[in-house]
Design a protein around this ligand. Structure first.
Ligand SMILES: Cc1ncc(COP(=O)(O)O)c(CNCCCC(=O)O)c1O
Length: 442
């Protein structure tokens, strides 16, 4: 890795150059575009991001689960550099090119299920989810879409409607899309009768709501994240996903797995659905797919995807050639560096240390996640009362020490950890040390 894999804090964070740039940002960009940490990045790679003031921060965010293979990953850079000099855009619907087809062939091969599949490419996770719903409605002739508490699916009108949390995602942006219904998620830590009953009871409640209040024959699709991302890294109780998938199969409902955040080795499987052997009818992917180039994909059963009339799917930039080359570089990197195993290793390091921390500090109510998608939920000690104030305090301390961490959760009380899968273990350990110190000092 060409960038020194070290934490180096040489100024206040943010430093003077970043502060100057922040003032310019505030004069040019609306505040609706928030900023987690106002350090202006100049280089990044491996497990670090470098800023304009010469600081090198440990990256536990990966640009929100995007740079799984590392920022500026060598195979991504090599492929994109060659492609950009050949051609930058033709619009695949006008004159196609082989790299787009190759990406789709690989996704058809690698996503869960050995049935015949089709894939097409778009630009963002939200666009992928929008298209999955379009295709499900077209194929079934049904209007309704079922989503879950704590779900997140994007910021377009439909995906905002599918998303659960009001602030900041939905507030004052209505009216929302029709025919979207929400049912309970199997949230073990907060399930009323305890985690051991969660899968069966939550599935029964969800299925009962669909059956009694919507009508299975009116439902085109169920859309669910195998691990809820923005909603707080909620790993549904084991057995919940298979029960929901089975109900969908029995009722002709398209089961859409939204793997925008969980995909591409992040959770210790190439796709998170593999963990319980769930085979989705459609899977949406983005983020980790192209190492930072804007790309997303809709991969589904051929008999569903092929129902759409010619010209019914599209968009100008979908499957941009640079992004397709990047995606091929990502897939090569995941395979050659065995990043699925590396993600599992990250979980094996993080989970025990966080569980040991939970033993010492009552502010940690729950430790959860899989692979390199890990989180702690902070509460008022001795209760399950969400503690967003503690999260903000820990974040402030981590950032000041040069550790980039992100938050999540419906209640704003989750610290989530999404290190690049290529992060050197010494940086992972160092980052955990900073986190432990920040929590101990609360
Ligand atoms: C499961 C899941 N589905 C869909 C999406 C949407 O993907 P886009 O590429 O951001 O549109 C996401 C994006 N999550 C990060 C949102 C960042 C923000 O906007 O504040 C996701 O996690």
């Amino acid at each position: 890795m060409s960038i020194p894999q070290e934490r180096r804090v040489v100024t206040a964070i943010p430093g003077p150059k970043s502060q100057e740039l922040l003032a310019r940002k505030q004069a040019a960009v609306p505040p609706g575009i928030g900023t987690t940490l106002p350090v202006f990045v100049t280089r990044a790679g491996g497990g670090v991001v470098q800023d304009a003031d010469g600081n090198s921060l440990i990256d536990f965010g990966s640009g929100i689960a995007v740079t799984n293979v590392g920022n500026a990953a060598p195979k991504v850079v090599e492929r994109v550099q060659k492609q950009v000099a050949d051609f930058t855009h033709t619009c695949f619907m006008v004159t196609p090119y082989e790299s787009y087809v190759r990406v789709c062939e690989k996704l058809n091969e690698l996503t869960p299920g050995d049935h015949e599949k089709r894939t097409f490419l778009v630009n963002s996770g939200a666009e992928a989810v929008e298209n999955a719903v379009k295709i499900a409605r077209h194929a079934t002739g049904r209007p309704a879409v079922v989503v879950f508490d704590h779900g997140y699916h994007g910021r377009t009108l439909l995906t905002m409607t599918l998303t659960a949390k009001n602030m900041p995602y939905k507030h004052r942006f209505g009216p929302f899309a029709p025919e979207v219904y929400r049912v309970p998620l199997a949230y073990p830590y907060r399930w009323p009768t305890g985690p051991e009953n969660c899968a069966e009871e939550a599935a029964a409640e969800a299925i009962d709501l669909i059956t009694k209040q919507i009508g299975p024959d009116n439902v085109a699709a169920v859309v669910i994240e195998p691990i809820a991302g923005e909603g707080g890294f909620i790993v549904p109780a084991r057995g919940f996903l298979p029960r929901i998938a089975e109900f969908c199969r029995a009722n002709g409902i398209v089961f859409v797995a939204d793997e925008v955040q969980t995909g591409f080795a992040r959770t210790g499987d190439l796709f998170a659905c593999e963990d319980e052997g769930v085979v989705p009818d459609i899977i949406t992917t983005a983020k980790g797919i192209a190492g930072g180039l804007p790309l997303a994909a809709v991969t589904g059963r051929a008999e569903i995807m092929d129902r759409v009339h010619v010209g019914g799917l599209g968009g100008t930039y979908g499957g941009n050639p640079l992004a397709c080359e990047a995606a091929l570089g990502v897939l090569e990197t995941i395979e050659e560096e065995d990043l699925v195993a590396k993600a599992r290793r990250i979980g094996e390091i993080m989970l025990p240390r966080l569980k040991a921390l939970q033993e010492r500090f009552g502010v940690i109510g729950d430790v959860r996640g899989r692979g390199a998608m890990i989180a702690i939920e902070l509460v008022e000690p001795g209760t399950k009362e969400p503690n967003p104030t503690a999260v903000q305090e820990v974040v402030k301390r981590c950032h000041a020490e040069g550790l980039l961490v992100l938050t999540a959760g419906t209640y704003g009380n989750v610290l989530r950890f999404l290190p690049p899968l290529v992060i050197p273990e010494h940086l992972l350990e160092e980052g955990l040390g900073i986190l432990e110190k920040a929590i101990a000092e609360l």
